[in-house]
Write a protein that binds this ligand. Structure first.
Ligand code: FSO
Ligand code: SF4
Length: 544
């Protein structure tokens, strides 16, 4: 196996024997076969589109789900990948037949996957990231950047699909981009441009998801969320899928079960259509990488709707349930049947476990500042900036992770002056969202925009401020300090760069798949820089 798609990759170079995330070589190799298959699907899909043929919606959805399933900490179940590969092979054949005879078919698209796991694993050696040793390093880097950006965008497209929304431009770009990764005629510049196109498409995808989520659950409202335990049986819902949360809330209503959000599900507490359920009592725990510790021996159940799932300890593996795209061998999985999920097994298990025996002394944090809530105060914010009450905005957002060096974000937040506002999103905020950083001009200093996809909210706020001040986004008193871990962050970074946003600080370390040459291009074009120390970075920001 070889995998270097996430920030915690071994030694900052690549996982080779097994994944730091817990991914074993079997799963890693099957994922390589699946990605290879999807590149072929991309090629034939693109040929269909070029001929003006329409691609079935089920195929679009399959491509999205297939890409998403290979994202870090989503699916660790080898049998599910065998099924995905077989399905991809079928789809490739269908698209190939539909398009008829074509010339210059790349070798990768000609590949035919075997029917068995053994056969697939045998082939995997020839199909992985490093299989073509002669491939130019920068070309490889840009192809991988594109693949990881796609995985991130696939996650958002998947969530929108679940809420009944999709977009032809987003769907079609999957075929164009995936076929671009096996097109030897594309130069470094072509691939760079394709990455920027992915960034632009991802903005569209996140906007679609934003409208799907707010359409289904309303606009988030500033909300004080309980972060301490309550007595009684409980289910903790993690991941990013609010539809699962809502279905579970409906099915647990009146059953004496408290429902808590976890990690990226925290913003769920701010949506009117979710917070109306009184038994959605609050949020449990911190960011994803603390789950093994925080779920250890827990007297309740956990529902994992998307990433980030970690291999559970024995003390809770019988009470961790997966659903949808998530998979964990030996953990119960709840599937959709005829458009509905039956959560009875997790409900029964939660009741059997009885839950916590006592209430903890109450603590709350404030969330719910997506674009609608912030922009409804746009005039006050603009006045506060003009009068000097608010001096600067920081966007401190992105993913959290286990590796050392991430304290930077806590220290950075603590060191920001009291007359500044911190916008935040995704799970990286758990590094500082329980600190009391006070208020400024009547606003909490930390404004939580929501999940990682709510980067769209932050972009919307920045655009609106730029309009109010009649300047470009890069001229605003705004600094972006981002943390990355997995591939959604790659998609988001490409989105921000495609908007021409400059001077982003990125950490805790730079991606292993980016070569020095490509990094130089990003530095030259966008002034992208690695984080250093909070003191030095703040000094540099003020010196600008
Ligand atoms: Fe975090 Fe995981 Fe949302 Fe990621 S929980 S690391 S960027 O999946 O998607 O922020
Ligand atoms: Fe390693 Fe990250 Fe790949 Fe897991 S996802 S195998 S930790 S690089």
């Amino acid at each position: 196996m070889f995998c270097y798609q996430c920030e915690q990759t071994l030694g900052g170079k690549g996982c080779v024997k097994s994944g730091v995330c817990g991914k074993n070589p079997t799963v890693a190799n099957l994922q390589d076969v699946l990605i290879h298959e999807l590149k072929g699907v991309g090629f034939y899909g693109q040929k269909n589109l070029e001929k003006g043929l329409k691609i079935r919606s089920e195929i679009n959805k399959f491509v999205v789900d297939g890409m998403f399933s290979t994202l870090t900490n989503v699916n660790f179940d080898p049998t599910r990948f065998v099924e995905y590969v077989k399905k991809a092979e079928e789809i490739k054949e269908e698209l190939k037949k539909a398009v008829g005879e074509i010339m210059n078919v790349p070798e990768a698209a000609k590949y035919k996957a075997p029917e068995t796991m053994e056969g697939m694993l045998e082939d995997a050696e020839k199909l992985g990231i490093m299989a073509d040793e002669k491939l130019d390093m920068d070309i490889r880097a840009l192809r991988e950047l594109l693949i990881y950006g796609f995985k991130g965008m696939a996650a958002y497209a998947h969530h929108a699909y679940i809420l009944g929304k999709f977009d032809d431009e987003v769907n079609n770009f999957f075929y164009k981009g995936l076929s671009g990764t096996i097109d030897d005629s594309l130069s470094v510049e072509d691939l760079f441009n394709l990455n920027m196109e992915l960034g632009k498409t991802n903005i569209k995808c996140m906007a679609m998801l934003d409208s799907a989520v707010t359409g289904a659950f309303g606009n988030p409202e500033p909300t004080q969320v309980l972060i301490t335990k309550k007595k009684g049986p409980f289910i903790i819902v993690s991941g990013h899928d609010f539809k699962d949360l809502k279905e579970l809330l409906e099915q647990t209503e009146g059953k004496g079960i408290n429902v808590y959000t976890h990690c990226e599900m925290l913003p769920g507490n701010a949506y009117p259509e979710l917070k109306k359920f009184k038994h959605l009592v609050g949020n449990y725990g911190g960011a994803w990488q603390k789950q093994q510790e925080e779920f250890d021996g827990i007297p309740g159940c956990i529902l994992m709707t998307t990433n980030c799932v970690q291999k559970p300890r024995d003390s809770y593996k019988d009470r961790l349930f997966t659903t949808s795209i998530v998979g964990m061998p030996d953990c119960p999985h709840i599937d959709e049947v005829n458009g509905k999920k039956d959560f009875t097994p997790i409900i029964e298990k939660a009741l059997e476990l009885k839950g916590w025996q006592e209430d903890e002394p109450e603590k709350r944090i404030t969330i719910g500042f997506a674009h609608h809530a912030i922009l409804s105060h746009a005039n006050e914010i603009v006045d506060a900036v003009k009068s000097g009450k608010i001096k600067h905005f920081f966007l401190i957002g992105g993913c959290d992770g286990a590796r050392p060096g991430r304290n930077y974000y806590t220290e950075f937040a603590e060191k920001t002056p009291k007359d500044t506002i911190i916008l935040t999103l995704a799970c990286g905020k758990f590094r500082f969202n329980k600190l009391d950083l006070g208020t400024v001009a009547g606003f909490p200093r930390v404004l939580d925009c929501g999940q990682c996809s709510d980067s769209y909210s932050a972009v919307k706020v920045a655009m609106a401020l730029a309009e109010a001040f009649e300047c470009g986004v890069n001229d605003l008193p705004l600094s972006l300090v981002l943390s990355w871990y997995e591939q959604k962050a790659v998609g988001i970074l490409l989105a921000l760069l495609s908007l021409g946003i400059k001077d982003i600080r990125l950490g805790p370390s730079l991606p292993a798949f980016i070569t020095p040459n490509i990094m130089q291009v990003l530095v030259d074009k966008f002034d992208l820089k690695p984080i250093s120390s909070p003191e030095d970075d703040l000094k540099a920001i003020w010196a600008k």
